[in-house]
Design a protein around this ligand. Structure first.
Ligand code: UGA
Length: 465
């Protein structure tokens, strides 16, 4: 069933609003295209709402009934800044609708984006079950000329395989194009990343399909964003290579911070100079408790699995995974350094999500770190401004509180695991009086060590000893 909403007339205020898309509205504005986005998860919703904001007519398909009902009301089941407003506004303008009927939704839509999950399977490679189900369903229902765009992160070779499935039907002269257009949206920053991409990658060997997908972006995108066109396999590899490289970069700086610690060098001064070299680049050089999230580990494992199957094992990738696990234990080691034995020590955790700006706890470093603390006999209490609900699912025995000061109450050590801005505004005077012992491990280097120490707290950052 497709939900319809009364159209809201566009007015000048709409065009003036502080939205990236409105900046692109030119006098000779090209017309919007009828799009379908399959998947109402994080990527699907940002993509659907972003394209609707460009001026396309978008139907977003979500098969989970509870989630579908929520979306129809303009609500989303996770925290992502700017996304609820974007969705609401486009629902009201009737450019964005939701449906839970895939077949009805793809009918008459020129371009169909697939943004469903591609989780890790038991083997460590990608579980493409959801994707394959969709491919077979689409094969029965598509018309010649429709374009399927794979937004999901898919194993190398999936685009070509999809094309075979979609064109293998008995229809004569049917030509369904399959394009790979990987997403590079960071959780917590996804709306800005959608409107200000560093690049758009379009992979296909058919010029017509590439041009139409480029048009979908050109309608609202600021001029100057590089559009990289290539074949399907290369586009698929670009996504894996990008995530694996970013994880490697963070892994390297985490290790370097660990080395700086015993020598007494401040890693932040090292990275300040490194960042100035364009060959190294300024980003993803902040040491932390280990990278997390739904993508890096899963994508590296897929890439490693592919490499193994080609009998060319990836030595660096394997080491990056191992080093990331050690990083979790390194945070625990820092706590131990301040508290001595962890047995019966009360540890207050500030931040549970895998990074700030999201409620997502998938592969969050907080999970192995808390489990290790508990294993060593610590009494752990935690606070996160957004991830409380998700934390209940991943860590059912964890004691959760509602604010920073309840976390600090009678604690022997506070540990900052997520770089939420509110942790920068800690009232150290108050914290010191309510803690049992004034110890603080800042696994995000969020605070200035001198300031914290001035209030009489023992402080350990990452690579800033
Ligand atoms: C990542 C990529 O950055 C996106 O381009 C990609 O689209 C996405 O995966 C995906 O494949 O869907 P995301 O997982 O949202 O995005 O998060 P990142 O901002 O990349 O951060 C990943 C992890 O690295 C977080 O735990 C973060 O705290 C950590 N990190 C990041 C550091 O420890 N240090 C840094 O300097 C940067």
């Amino acid at each position: 069933m497709q939900e319809k909403y009364p159209p809201k007339p566009e007015n000048s205020a709409d065009l003036d609003r502080e939205s990236t898309a409105s900046v692109q509205v030119a006098a000779s504005r090209p017309v919007g295209i009828n799009l379908c986005v399959i998947g109402g998860g994080f990527v699907g919703l940002v993509t659907a709402a972003g394209f609707a904001e460009f001026g396309h007519s978008v139907v977003c398909v979500e098969k989970d009934l509870a989630r579908f009902n929520l979306l129809c009301k303009g609500e989303i089941p996770f925290y992502e800044k700017k996304l609820p407003e974007l969705i609401k506004r486009n629902i009201e303008c009737n450019r964005l609708t939701f449906s839970n009927d895939l077949v009805e939704s793809v009918t008459g839509r020129q371009v169909i984006f697939i943004a469903v999950g591609t989780p890790e399977s038991k083997s460590g490679r990608t579980d493409s079950t959801a994707l394959d189900e969709i491919a077979h369903l689409l094969a029965e229902n598509l018309q010649s000329g429709q374009i399927i765009v794979l937004k999901s992160t898919v194993p190398v070779g999936t685009g070509s395989r999809f094309k075979q499935i979609l064109n293998s039907n008995s229809y004569s002269e049917r030509n369904i194009s399959v394009v790979n257009n990987p997403e590079f949206l960071r959780e917590g920053n996804a709306v800005d990343d959608f409107f200000h991409p560093r690049r758009i990658v379009i992979g296909c060997d058919e010029a017509r399909a590439i041009e139409i997908v480029a048009q979908v972006y050109r309608l609202g995108m600021k001029p100057g964003v590089p559009i990289v066109t290539t074949n399907n396999e290369t586009a698929e590899m670009i996504k894996y290579a990008s995530n694996a490289f970013l994880a490697t970069k963070i892994g390297f700086i985490n290790e370097l911070a660990g080395l700086c610690d015993p020598i007494g060098i401040n890693v932040l001064e090292v990275t300040r100079a490194m960042r100035l070299d364009p060959r190294i680049g300024p980003e993803f050089l902040s040491p932390g408790p280990g990278w997390g999230g739904s993508c890096f580990r899963k994508d590296m494992k897929e890439l490693m699995g592919l490499a193994d199957s080609m009998e060319f094992p990836l030595i660096i990738a394997r080491a990056v995974l191992e080093s990331n696990q050690r990083q979790h234990l390194y945070v625990v080691e820092k706590v131990r350094r301040l508290t001595g034995s962890l047995s019966n020590a009360r540890i207050g955790i500030l931040g549970l999500s895998f990074k700030a700006g999201t409620s997502d706890m998938r592969d969050s470093p907080a999970i192995p770190i808390i489990n290790e603390l508990v294993k060593e006999g610590a009494l752990v209490v935690a606070y996160d401004p957004q991830a409380k609900e998700q934390a209940r699912e991943c860590l059912p025995d964890l004691k959760l509180v509602d604010n920073i000061y309840d976390t600090a109450d009678k604690a022997d050590c506070l540990v900052i695991l997520t770089e939420w801005q509110e942790f920068q505004l800690l009232d150290f005077k108050r914290i010191k009086t309510i803690m049992n012992r004034p110890n603080l491990v800042d696994a995000r280097n969020l605070l200035t060590p001198e300031t914290v120490r001035r209030y009489g707290l023992n402080y350990l950052g990452m690579g800033q000893s």
